[in-house]
Ligand binder design. Structure first.
Ligand code: 5GP
Ligand code: ZN
Length: 139
């Protein structure tokens, strides 16, 4: 299941070269060309899924364990102190390549602030109203 016009399909399947740190029958993990930090990696399924919502069950059940494995290897090899997992879905969320991917971003002591936000201060009523709307959709 590949999309001929998708750059990550081409990279994941080896048609375009990339700095690969891991590969198995379902995934290729590469270094990001525009890294947020030293060693920033992208987990790419070899099959094409546009985003989280179209992902198949096998891929979604494996991707978190793979992220943990990559993160552990980064801690040992690069000496990072932590790791952020980032996974963007939709343009509004910052997704620029519409082939599902998980960012694994090593974080170093004293490194720059990133993957953070200014906390809001919703009222209890607002939280309850929002929770009610989402919960109803899940029923
Ligand atoms: P998104 O914004 O969609 O979550 O992330 C896309 C990521 O892919 C960006 O961090 C960008 O630097 C990276 N990227 C885009 N094109 C290429 C490419 O051709 N090769 C590699 N290695 N990374 C890419
Ligand atoms: Zn693709």
């Amino acid at each position: 299941m590949r999309d001929e016009n998708c750059i990550f399909c081409k990279i994941a399947n080896g048609d375009i070269p990339a700095a690969t740190i891991y590969e198995d029958e379902r995934f290729r993990v590469i270094l990001d060309l525009g890294p947020a930090s030293k060693g920033h990696a992208l987990i790419l399924p070899k099959d094409h899924f546009a985003d989280l919502f179209s992902l198949d069950g096998e891929i979604s059940s494996r991707v978190l364990a793979l992220a943990a494995k990559i993160g552990e290897a980064m801690k040992k090899s690069l000496g990072c102190a932590g790791v952020n997992l980032v996974q963007n879905n939709g343009e509004a969320a910052g997704q620029t390549v519409f082939h599902f991917h998980m960012h694994v971003i090593p974080r170093y002591e004293g490194g720059p602030r990133m993957v953070s936000w200014e906390p809001g201060s919703p009222s209890g009523e607002e939280l309850a109203e929002l929770a009610g709307r989402i919960k109803k959709e899940l029923e």
